[in-house]
Design a protein around this ligand. Structure first.
Ligand code: NAD
Length: 341
């Protein structure tokens, strides 16, 4: 069997979840793992047979046995580590986004290095591979609802994140809504050309201290003339709320929340449904596995990746436009050209 020889960099919330999935894949041999706080998880890694551990990701990039790296470090390191990995000639999977920078130059510089190195880069827009959302995507493409006119996305976290984590991975727009910008563009098969946003701190006013918001309402315009609506919250008391709907000239497609049981209770007072799966690790598990399978396939069979550099730049631009719209109270145009063809 053809195998990928992998190095994994970053083993925090996202990294440990991905690691569990990667360990299940026979096409991947994990050669080395790196994290600046490797000692915190060293014993766990030893128990998994991952004894080749380092604090210094450069050491991992210098390992000639490794042909592919998975980068799950905090966003503030992506620019540096993805560039170094590309220069070391490794294929790269990197969690979104590519830079913390409000300006896209930082991401474009990373993407230039990737292009020059001629390596593969897949971005962690896992929701593209979620079975429910994928089904909507394919049915929209197959014309099942005619011409798509409006995409509606509700994406709400179950609870606030610690401020120090937000400072490392980016705030609501640049970390959380990033997925929704990508999903909206993906579903509608069209670039976002204009954004109107209202956002604020309706839940935790101290988020203002770190320039973040917890509640967001967005109106999008797409290049093909269609519209989009996105609403985000950091605290939905009933759990991780993830729903997508696409409305078109011949009908509607919609995906509701996923629960661990389909059992509903009916009595004389009420009907009770199960709560949604608690958090991204559970809700999107099939998507995380599918995105890794797609990445492996893209390397072993030289297929295109499912989410590329252009996709992360377009999502970042929409986030920048939303930020400006909140600040100015005006809708903002979004440039849809891509300089790195
Ligand atoms: N696709 C998704 O659904 C999803 C979900 C959660 C997080 N993420 C993304 O994953 C990334 C990580 O987020 P997280 O919540 O796991 O953060 P985290 O802080 O929990 O984990 C980051 C890990 O990277 C390590 N690290 C930081 N700098 C390093 C360096 N220079 N070298 C080696 N290791 C280093 C840290 O020690 C930590 O263990 C972020 O970019 C975030 O946007 C994506």
């Amino acid at each position: 069997m053809k195998q990928i020889h992998a190095g994994i960099i970053g083993l925090g919330r996202a990294g440990q979840m991905h690691l569990n999935n990667l360990l299940m894949m026979p096409e991947i041999k994990i050669v080395e793992v790196a994290d600046v706080f490797i000692e915190n998880i060293s014993e766990k890694l030893n128990n998994l047979g991952l004894t080749n551990q380092t604090r210094d990701y450069h050491e991992l990039l210098n390992n000639p046995e490794i042909d592919t790296v998975f980068i799950f470090t905090s966003t503030d390191t992506h620019e540096e580590i993805v560039t170094a990995a590309a220069k070391a000639g490794k294929n790269i999977f990197c969690e979104k986004p590519l830079s913390m920078n409000l300006h896209e130059e930082a991401s474009l510089n990373v993407l230039k290095a990737v292009k020059e190195a001629g390596v593969k880069l897949q971005i962690g827009f896992n929701r593209r591979m979620d079975p429910q959302f994928r089904n909507i995507y394919e049915n929209v493409r197959n014309g099942k609802i005619g011409t798509p006119q409006v995409v509606k996305i509700t994406s709400r976290d179950p609870d606030l994140l610690p401020h120090d984590l937000i400072q490392r991975i980016g705030g609501l727009l640049f970390d959380f809504t990033m997925h929704d910008f990508d999903m909206a563009r993906y579903m509608m098969n069209s670039n976002i050309s204009e954004v109107y946003a209202k956002g604020g701190t309706l839940i935790d006013p101290t988020l203002k201290d770190i320039n973040d918001i917890d509640t967001l309402a967005l109106v999008l315009q797409f290049e093909n003339g269609a519209y989009g609506l996105i609403d985000n919250s950091r605290k939905a008391v009933y759990g991780y709320d993830q729903r997508v709907e696409v409305f078109g000239s011949e009908g509607m497609l919609k995906a509701e929340n996923v629960s661990d049981s389909t059992v509903e209770l009916y009595n004389d007072k009420r009907i009770e449904l199960q709560k949604p799966l608690p958090m991204f690790q559970e809700r999107y598990k099939p998507a995380y596995i599918a995105e890794m399978k797609a990445f492996v396939n893209s390397i072993l069979n030289n297929e295109p990746v499912v989410a590329e550099g252009r996709d992360v730049v377009m999502a970042q631009r929409a986030a920048v436009a939303a930020q400006k719209s909140i600040e100015t109270g005006e809708p903002q145009k979004v440039d849809t050209s891509y300089p790195l063809e």
